[in-house]
Design a protein around this ligand. Structure first.
Ligand code: IPE
Ligand code: IPE
Ligand code: MG
Length: 234
């Protein structure tokens, strides 16, 4: 690994895609891909924290994923529930602060409770922040933000990019520096629309359950070799 620790992306976001195809290729039910994917997510959270990444945002469940078979959706909700209930010690041990982004009220009540408890139990930690995108859609986030701005009677002359950011779901996280997507698809799938104006994007064909720490490190190295201009001349 030849990562330059002085030039780490402050905020990494990941679209963890390919669980279903991984399982299907092994003649297993799609749900076993999600099980395996959860292990990988935990490993990548630990690797990020050990590396010194400050903000990590994980796409867990999109506002569009409700279209899937009820059995798969139910399995995913249960997996989220048991992870949040069973792994709090892991987050505590690594001083990781948990945050949620997405449409909270649209989640089953049990998952709402788990998320609220995880946020409360980890709120004072000063290590890495993990934003879990659960029932998350970029457009949904923007619409909810606009509604809050209107409900707060904010005058149009007071609206600027900074204010809008404060009304999005993760006001404490900076813009995303590096967006990684596994699973081969090269699209955003409604992820983080407001937060990625200048994110460097890395796409890999590796299916999420096969994503290794080594590939994660090499994706960070790719980021470190990019020339970020933010619209300025070279
Ligand atoms: C990503 O894997 C996990 C979720 C969307 C919940 P998929 O389940 O989308 O896996 P593929 O893309 O069908 O292989
Ligand atoms: C994006 O993956 C959502 C998550 C990884 C949670 P999808 O598998 O839902 O995206 P599409 O359908 O390929 O665009
Ligand atoms: Mg997919």
């Amino acid at each position: 690994m030849s990562i330059d620790k002085q030039n780490l992306p402050l905020h990494v976001a990941i679209t963890m895609d390919g669980n279903g195809r991984w399982a299907q290729a092994k003649n297993l039910p799609r749900t076993s891909g999600h099980n395996e994917g959860l292990h990988v997510a935990k490993r990548i959270v630990k690797a990020s924290s050990d590396l010194g990444i400050k903000f990590l945002t994980l796409y867990v469940f999109s506002t569009e994923n409700w279209k899937r078979a009820q059995q798969e959706v139910g399995f995913l909700m249960n997996l989220i529930h048991s992870h949040l209930c069973g792994e709090l010690n892991f987050y505590k041990k690594n001083k990781i602060k948990i945050n949620h982004i997405g449409d909270f009220k649209g989640l089953p009540e049990s998952v709402q409770k788990d998320i609220a408890k995880a946020i409360e139990d980890t709120k004072d930690f000063t290590g890495m922040t993990v934003n879990l995108a659960i029932n998350y859609g970029g457009r949904n986030e923007i619409v909810r933000g606009i509604k809050k701005i209107v409900d707060n009677n904010i005058k149009s002359e007071n609206i600027d990019e900074k204010l809008v950011s404060q009304y999005m779901d993760m006001p404490e996280s900076p813009d995303v520096d590096l967006l990684i997507r596994t699973g081969g698809e090269k699209r955003l799938s409604n992820y983080l629309l407001w937060h990625i104006p200048y994110a460097e994007q890395v796409y890999t064909d590796t299916l999420w359950p096969d994503y290794s720490n080594e590939e994660f490190y090499s994706n960070i190295e790719i980021f470190q070799h990019r020339n970020r201009r933010f619209g300025a001349e070279k």
